[in-house]
Design a protein around this ligand. Structure first.
Ligand code: PRP
Length: 183
């Protein structure tokens, strides 16, 4: 699927495929410098982070392992409550490991805030976060995020892993969904 095929369903392309590729290379260099040849456990948050994880994990030179969590926030409709249920847990014991959470988007920050606390409580040696997108205007809690790809406006975005009703995840860039699709 490319962006041209859904022009009627989007109002604006916010970030192109090329911009994402360039930014991932920059993030990867900073991540490599930070971990300085230490082993890193990348924890991807399903499903939105799949594309970002696939590209970032191959851009870093650090020795990485990959694992995944799926979580669901209790709450009404699209509103995150901060109470999180684990749908799929890690296969890996994080005790003593340097963990890097790989997220697609930080909206309210509630999911991530819970996740960082959860992994720290399991005894990880360190827990850092890299998020491709962040909506500063939507933040309800402050989360210490070491690496952010792009700060974006508080709009409903899809593509590059992000969905609306499980659609649009395979778009190559990040685009604003037209309200006509969801209203
Ligand atoms: C999205 C996103 C984050 C979370 C961010 O996941 O991937 O995990 O919401 O929201 P918050 O900052 O307000 O807590 P979603 O529940 O849509 O699941 P998905 O990745 O499977 O689409």
């Amino acid at each position: 699927m490319d962006l041209e095929t859904v022009t009627a369903e989007i109002t604006q392309v916010l970030i192109t495929k090329e911009q994402i590729e360039t930014r991932i290379q920059e993030l990867a260099k900073e991540i490599d410098a930070h971990y300085d040849s230490k082993d890193v456990l990348l924890v991807g948050v399903l499903k939105g982070a799949v594309m970002f994880m696939a590209d970032l994990s191959r851009a870093v030179q650090s020795r990485v392992q990959m694992d995944w969590m799926a979580v669901s926030s209790y709450g009404s409709g699209t509103t995150s409550s901060g109470v999180v249920r684990i749908l799929k847990d890690l296969d890996t014991d994080v005790l003593g490991k340097d963990v890097l959470i790989v997220e697609d988007i930080i909206d309210s920050g509630l999911t991530l805030s819970w996740l960082v606390a959860n992994l720290e409580a399991r005894g990880a040696a360190s827990v850092e976060v890299v998020a491709l997108l962040r909506k500063p205007d939507a933040a309800k809690v402050d989360v210490d995020v070491r690496w952010v790809g792009f700060d974006i406006p508080n709009e409903f975005v899809v593509g590059y892993g992000l969905d609306y009703n499980e659609r649009y995840r395979t778009l190559p860039g990040v685009a604003v969904l037209s309200p006509s699709v969801y209203s």
